[in-house]
Design a protein. Structure first.
Length: 107
């Protein structure tokens, strides 16, 4: 068992990022509130996430039995989404940097 709150928060973060059914916004919302949660509630959240992970595994197993290509299709989808998000973030960062440089040149 973890022996301090920081360890519990790290465990929760790891479990949240391995949950396919929560949106990014949900995960960020939960993570933003961890520092306010008492130790006992963090332990309870880990138990809930463990139960959710077991249910998720059951669902994924059933999906794989129904479609043997499910895992490969899911991986392809996630890679595509990751690339798209990464490209969008890079584009926004580039535009922000260019805007900042333009502002500095106009001073």
């Amino acid at each position: 068992m973890q022996n301090n709150k920081n360890d519990l928060e790290k465990t929760i973060k790891h479990k949240l990022f391995h949950n396919y059914f929560l949106s990014t916004e949900d995960i960020e919302d939960i993570l933003s509130k961890l520092k306010y949660a008492p130790y006992d509630e963090l332990e309870n959240l880990i138990k809930i996430l463990d139960e959710g992970e077991a249910k998720q595994d059951e669902i994924l197993k059933a999906l794989n039995e129904a479609d043997p290509n499910f895992n490969e299709n899911l991986k392809s989808f996630l890679k595509k989404e990751y690339r798209g998000i990464t490209e969008e973030v890079e584009k926004e960062e580039k535009e922000g940097a260019e805007s900042l440089l333009d502002d500095l040149e106009n001073l």
